[in-house]
Design a protein around this ligand. Structure first.
Ligand SMILES: NC(=O)c1ccc[n+]([C@@H]2O[C@H](COP(=O)([O-])OP(=O)(O)OC[C@H]3O[C@@H](n4cnc5c(N)ncnc54)[C@H](OP(=O)(O)O)[C@@H]3O)[C@@H](O)[C@H]2O)c1
Length: 311
């Protein structure tokens, strides 16, 4: 029996990246509880070692393999180690990722590159090398933890949204390349989830309104549990209130949209608009535009000669 293997019959072997904390760690727990042998990957050795130990203490089979998903050599080693120690790999869950948040004109190259590397390149490399083990067997499942940022534009999220939108495109391509060869690929699209992911950022939505990582993990288990003749191409999981945005108030007074100047400009706009309404200018503009619409829609048939512009 390989190192770290105790008791319990396994459902299959699942490699989970980003398993040191957050959604990845919770997914490792849920899959282990469901009988999977779990190989945990992330860069911080202590975090995945502790998580693997927790799974083994609960009767599961688990192995920690420190991996930077951006390094192709380390990714090759991760997949090879899973197969060498447990005989095969049935599932890959791509959950590794980090993000730099800033307005595009302030985002530095390091933040841009780090985000695209961990979210996009890491997903590509892990999927590529998992497929090299799965395709010859004609079976396997890949679940990619994308984000609602793959579908929605969020301010201050140029790198993150770009990476997730492209990662969703990558999933679509993978699905078409491998679905006929027995491998199922799912794009999981969660909304804001209460994990340490947000702690590195000065503002974030209210944790109390976010999804619990356990629910995302259980959705992944649900997707993996579908019969072999069914594939879930996409699964969107949202907080009850839908898209949660970061509170503008929490941006701080020095933020351009929170400063005195911005509020003064807002007050000026409201004042000018209210004066225009009082002067009747807005009413006249609306009537003129209604008259133009009527004139244009009539133009192809009979022009109403009675229609006259408002005064
Ligand atoms: N939290 C949310 O609201 C939310 C919503 C939708 C989607 N997501 C996505 O879900 C995934 C997981 O997010 P999370 O909330 O669980 O974040 P998290 O709590 O910050 O955990 C991220 C995990 O990824 C690992 N990681 C980061 N960069 C890595 C790299 N280059 N190589 C290997 N491992 C790496 C981290 O460990 P190390 O730093 O030790 O490597 C950590 O274990 C991300 O792709 C995120 O975009 C998050």
């Amino acid at each position: 029996m390989p190192e770290g293997a105790v008791g319990r019959d396994a459902q299959g072997v699942a490699v989970v990246t980003g398993a040191g904390r957050g959604i990845g760690q919770e997914t490792a727990r849920v899959l282990s509880g469901a009988g999977y042998t779990v190989v945990l990957a992330a860069r911080t050795p202590d975090a995945i070692a502790a998580a693997a130990e927790e799974l083994r203490a609960a009767g599961g089979r688990a192995l920690a393999v420190p991996t930077d998903v951006v390094d192709e050599g380390q990714v090759v080693h991760l997949m090879a180690r899973a197969c060498a120690d447990f005989g095969q790999m049935d599932v890959l869950v791509n959950s590794a990722g980090s993000a730099a948040f800033a307005p595009a004109h302030e985002l530095d190259s390091e933040g841009w590159n780090r985000t695209l590397a961990s979210v996009l390149t890491g997903t590509f490399l892990c999927s590529k090398h998992a497929l090299r083990h799965m395709l010859p067997r004609g079976s396997g499942q890949i679940a990619n933890v994308l984000s609602i940022a793959a579908r929605t534009a969020f301010p201050d999220s140029a790198a993150y949204c770009a990476a997730k939108w492209v990662a969703l495109g990558l999933m679509k391509v993978l699905q078409e390349e491998v679905r006929a060869r027995g491998v199922r690929v799912t794009a999981l699209i969660p909304g804001a989830t209460a994990t340490p992911f947000w702690e590195q950022h000065d503002t974030h939505p209210d944790f109390a309104e976010m999804i619990a990582p356990r629910h995302v993990a259980e959705t992944i288990l649900y997707v993996l549990s579908q019969p072999p003749d069914v594939v879930t191409d996409e699964m969107v999981v949202m907080p009850r209130r839908g898209i949660l945005r970061r509170a503008a108030d929490a941006r701080g007074a020095d933020h351009p949209r929170n400063g005195r100047e911005w509020h003064a400009r807002q007050r000026t706009c409201v004042y000018v608009f209210s004066q225009a309404v009082r002067a009747g200018a807005v009413r006249r503009a609306a009537l003129l535009s209604a008259w133009r619409c009527r004139f244009q829609s009539d133009a192809g048939q009979l022009v109403s000669r009675r229609a006259s512009p408002p005064r």
